[in-house]
Design a protein around this ligand. Structure first.
Ligand code: NAD
Length: 348
């Protein structure tokens, strides 16, 4: 067992990326405190100390940040997939909750002379007007201004990026900012209305019979890139331990259409599926990670092919679907009824 003697704090340790990050930090021998509103949903946390607490509350943030940490990772946020972010129903919550968390964490981190803090921003900060052509979206870091994100989630992220940079200037904090692009993998939201495209599509394919139908929001020609969670953690640690502040993209530059993503998931599942395009929130028309800056500054960029990450993700989601089906078996005897009931949850 490694023992680095270092202490890390992970805010949002009950969430998808935070849970994976805690596991990796433990493998590296750090002592880790996690904090979140909830424990991780699908497996036990590896954290040495896990505080259930609401970081919108100044006193909770003070309690959690009551001492020095060598590394602080701030991933706690009110977020979700397109069904959560782009419908407009959650705008006030998203802006209030996430900015309160960031204000409280920074204020208290600064008090205890904590220096090194990582902030998880998002590709959603990029201007909508640069992402209308699905084949040529512009997402290089400098293109963030003049600012015109297409969601309040993106505006909050942009505000918080600036907040972190202000603390770096005025409070001598050593800030690191990454703009994550669509992270996916096992143990993420898959059926709670906060799932993103890869999880939603894996679930739909897993639930569809061979030759069945899969519903897609929009015409499916919108483009995105998706980064496997292990690569996200690798990039996060490399940035944190580098001398580069950022903001910098951490994402894959393997751009695909949503239709292609469906074909990929169907191929992994060994099924042929028909796509049914329906109206729904789709976000910007095109988005891809521009990795020139991350390559130049960290000498690294993600290299795992989408299909390689999608395989374990599909298998994990298929297992969740099967588990739900068997849990419902007592009340729902007809498999087609099970399928209909489960189809009601929202998807991208
Ligand atoms: P997630 O929703 O799984 O994790 C966020 C965690 O924050 C949740 O466990 C939630 O309970 C916790 N949280 C929310 N409000 C809190 C509060 N008031 N106090 C304490 N904890 C609170 O999301 P994720 O996918 O793991 O994303 C982590 C970070 O990365 C977020 O800041 C997100 O905006 C950012 N990000 C993620 C992606 C992605 O594709 N997953 C893309 C861009 C940016």
């Amino acid at each position: 067992m490694l023992t680095s003697g270092k202490r890390a704090l992970v805010c949002g340790a009950g969430g998808f990326i935070g849970h994976h990050l805690v596991r990796r930090l433990k493998q590296e021998g750090l002592w880790v405190r996690g904090v979140d509103l909830r424990y991780p949903r699908f497996s036990d946390t590896a954290a040495d100390d896990f505080i259930i607490g609401d970081l919108r509350d100044q006193s909770v943030a003070g309690y959690v940040l009551d001492e020095y940490f060598d590394e602080i990772y701030q991933l706690a946020a009110d977020m979700g997939g397109a069904g959560y972010i782009f419908t407009g129903y959650h705008d006030a919550d998203v802006m209030h909750n996430s900015s309160s968390i960031n204000l409280n964490v920074l204020h208290n981190a600064c008090k205890h002379k904590n220096k090194r803090i990582f902030y998880s921003s998002s590709a959603c900060i990029y201007p909508e007007f640069n992402q209308r052509d699905p084949n040529n979206p512009t997402c290089d870091e400098a293109s963030a201004y003049p600012a015109a994100p297409d969601s309040e989630y993106g505006w909050e992220k942009l505000f918080s990026e600036r907040l972190y940079l202000a603390y770096a200037r005025n409070c001598e904090m050593d800030v690191r900012i990454a703009r994550y692009h669509n992270i996916f993998g096992p143990e993420g939201s898959w059926n709670d209305g906060k799932e993103k495209a890869p999880a939603a599509i894996c679930r739909k394919v897993a639930m569809a019979p061979d030759g069945g139908e899969v519903e897609i929001w929009g015409d499916g020609e919108q483009t995105r890139s998706f980064l496997y969670v292990e690569e996200c953690i690798e990039g996060t640690l490399r940035l944190m331990r580098s001398s580069f502040t950022g903001p910098v993209n951490i994402g894959s530059d393997e751009m695909v259409t949503i239709n292609q993503l469906v074909d990929m998931a169907a191929g992994i599942g060994g099924k042929s599926v028909r796509k049914r395009h329906v109206e729904g929130p789709t976000g910007v028309r095109g988005r891809n990670s521009d990795n020139r800056l991350v390559c130049a500054k960290l000498g690294w960029s993600p290299s795992t092919a989408l299909v390689k990450g999608l395989r374990p993700t599909y298998e994990w989601i298929r297992a969740q679907v099967m588990r739900n089906v068997s849990a419902n078996r007592e009340v729902l005897e007809d498999p087609s009824v099970v399928s209909n009931v489960m189809s009601e949850s929202r998807v991208v």
